[in-house]
Ligand binder design. Structure first.
Ligand SMILES: Cc1cc2nc3c(=O)[nH]c(=O)nc-3n(C[C@H](O)[C@H](O)[C@H](O)COP(=O)(O)O)c2cc1C
Length: 320
């Protein structure tokens, strides 16, 4: 069934297929009972898959234990012009240069607030935070706090995303000097709520060695709750002779993302969520054994479909 659906979806352009895929998931979900409680499920939907919380209520039915909504920016924005999502079937990769298209923190938080009470017990809703494209880097911290504000009553965790390759200058914020003020600003925003909401940081796969170590150790001391490793790998895609810059995800990231997890695991005891190129149950098990507390999928779900999630769940629950 999934192979047939995928073959048909792969006949149309990638972003349109994502739209049709969402409609199909919602239709299919009517025939799948909702779990009453999420237990022992370390698999989540990576950020970018459900940017606007359109599918939040059906994701638990497909076997996910958490969903990372967003990236959410304070104001709505349209993102880059289309086409901005491409697939390379042979390599099992995706290339995107979406540019944080989303409906904005106000609308998305209203949706999450409405859906939240219907979600199974134990299902976690993460909110991935970003800055608007037209906000200068010097004012970035304020944007992250503004994006977080309307979710203070609903988020189970927040993520500071400074690792998308598609917002000019964003990755330059991956330094202790730039990131610590953002972390502190969002943390003080969280404190106004009186709730304890973990605050994670998501990083790019290119960051490695002493730079990465210094950043992680500074943020660890600065009170980060954990790290999400990794975002997409920056690169180019040739579309009808035109060179587009963006990020690659899927199989190209499998070993790179695993290496970052192994590297960072050697010097921090904070929890790590591993994401990037998890395309098989074996790789999922490998990440958890390498010290990830949870894993996330985007491209693997596009290629492998709902059965991949079921199979990963079986594999990770098997005693080994
Ligand atoms: C189309 C697309 C859009 C994405 N949008 C976001 C985003 O808005 N914020 C973010 O932090 N990551 C975003 N990502 C990155 C994913 O969350 C994930 O880190 C990356 O794709 C690697 O995982 P994968 O190989 O399982 O896809 C996006 C990825 C894709 C393919």
């Amino acid at each position: 069934m999934w192979s047939l659906a995928r073959a048909l979806l792969f006949l149309i352009p990638a972003e349109e297929a994502h739209g049709v895929g969402k409609v199909l998931m919602r239709m299919l979900a009517r025939f799948i009972p909702a779990p009453r409680k999420i237990q022992n499920n370390p698999i989540g939907v990576a950020a970018g898959f459900d940017k606007n919380a359109e599918l939040l209520d059906v994701l638990p039915k497909f076997g996910f234990g958490h969903a990372e909504i967003g990236t959410v920016t304070p104001k709505p924005q349209g993102g880059n012009p289309r086409p901005r999502l491409f697939r390379n079937k042979e390599d099992r990769t995706l290339f995107n240069r979406m540019g944080f298209n989303n409906l904005g923190a106000g609308i998305i938080s209203d949706r999450v607030r409405k859906i939240r009470p219907r979600l199974p017990e134990g299902f976690k809703v993460g909110i991935n935070l970003g800055k608007n494209k037209d906000t200068p880097d010097a004012l970035a911290a304020e944007d992250y706090a503004k994006a977080a504000h309307p979710f203070l009553d609903t988020a189970d965790y927040f993520v500071i995303n400074v690792s998308s390759p598609n917002t000019p200058g964003l990755r330059a914020l991956q330094t202790p000097e730039a990131l610590l003020p953002i972390l502190n600003r969002v943390r003080s925003e969280i404190q106004t709520s009186g709730r304890t909401i973990p605050l994670w940081v998501k990083l790019a796969p290119e960051l490695t060695g002493p730079d990465l170590r210094q950043l992680i150790e500074t943020l660890d001391r600065g009170g980060a709750s954990g790290f999400i490793l990794t975002n997409t790998q920056g690169g180019v895609y040739i579309d009808e002779g035109q060179e587009l810059t963006g990020g690659w995800s899927g199989q190209n990231l499998t070993s790179l993302s695993r290496q970052r997890l192994e590297e960072v695991r050697t010097y921090t005891s904070l929890p790590l969520i591993s994401v990037g190129g998890i395309m098989t149950p074996e790789e999922a098990v490998r990440r958890l054994r390498a010290g990830a507390s949870e894993i996330q999928l985007y491209t693997g779900f596009v290629y492998g479909g709902p059965f991949l999630i079921r199979n990963i769940l079986k594999a990770v629950r098997k005693p080994h």
